[in-house]
Design a protein around this ligand. Sequence first.
Ligand code: KG4
Ligand code: ZN
Length: 347
Amino acid sequence: MVSIGETVTILAIESSCDETAAAVVRNGREVLSNVISSQIALHTVYGGVVPEIASRKHIEKINQVMEEALQNAGMQLSDMDAIAVTYGPGLVGPLLVGVSAAKAVSFASGIPLIGVHHIEGHISANYIENKELEPPFVCLVVSGGHSHLVVVKDYGEYEILGRTRDDAAGEAFDKVARAIGLGYPGGPKIDKVAKEGNPEAVSFPRAKVGDSDYDFSFSGLKSAVLNYLNSCEMKGIQICQADVAASFQKAVVDVLVEHSMHAVLSCGMKKFAIAGGVASNSALRRALEKECEKRGIAFYHPSPVLCTDNAAMIGAAAYYEYRKGVRHGYDLNAVPNLKLGQDMKSC
Ligand code: KG4
Ligand code: ZN
């Protein structure tokens, strides 16, 4: 255990998808450096992340990114109390690069190793800019690979209220963006174009999952958009990209907001946070801000740079694991489908 007042400085590494990232974080809340080498331009030509290419690029970049993180923080490796790394969920090749690098640095330096859950990282991004935020709270995690409604019971203690049954919210953004000719990555592009469109122009379905108040389903909405595009093409009608983007975005936002508010109220929570790449969506943030304010709920969200993949959030999560005494051995492996917490049917 760490005694109160002791300073804990962590070098954190994240490479689960298409961002090679390293950061130095002090006491879980103070970011001393945050280096992100994005591969977006590399994958744009393929319309999505190509795992093999991502792995190779991570190998090229990982050492440089770690060195830069230490340099920007004005620190040496020997100043670190732990080396933290995302070990799942994510793409196995990309994860392996980060895990191998972290193990090598830890072994060579004798500095303890801590494996971190990627989603726990996303949730913990909220601690960085909201110094007063403490569990318990409800968190909506919406990224390219995940859509979860989580009760953060304590640091590192999670109960899953709901999850997507099919596509993740970010995946739906990316697929619809491609279908309407906006390209990759879809989320930020839809967010921008939707500002010029009418969210009521096209009526898209708000999916209900019969036996669950909290689960999501976005594949039906994606199909509805594709059907709409096909029928317009068959009738020779020119689509308005901005209207389709705005109407699709509104359908996603409505469902996310409704489920989130239901969860917060049912659990009797007064605090609500969002996390993950889609949490930087401007319409979602606006809608949640309004609905939380109406209900007297404190609303927390990271800055956009801490919503999408980064290593600062891994350093934040690792601090609380470190304090609990969590240390990993050199048998730590990449776990592409790593689970988070327990399932919970209701509050
Ligand atoms: O958290 P993240 O960087 O990676 C994963 O862990 O998946 O999330 C990436 C996802 C992508 O699907 C991207 O399109 C989406 O987040 N995204 C957005 C926005 N910015 C990123 N979706 C909607 N609006 C945005 N502004
Ligand atoms: Zn992520």
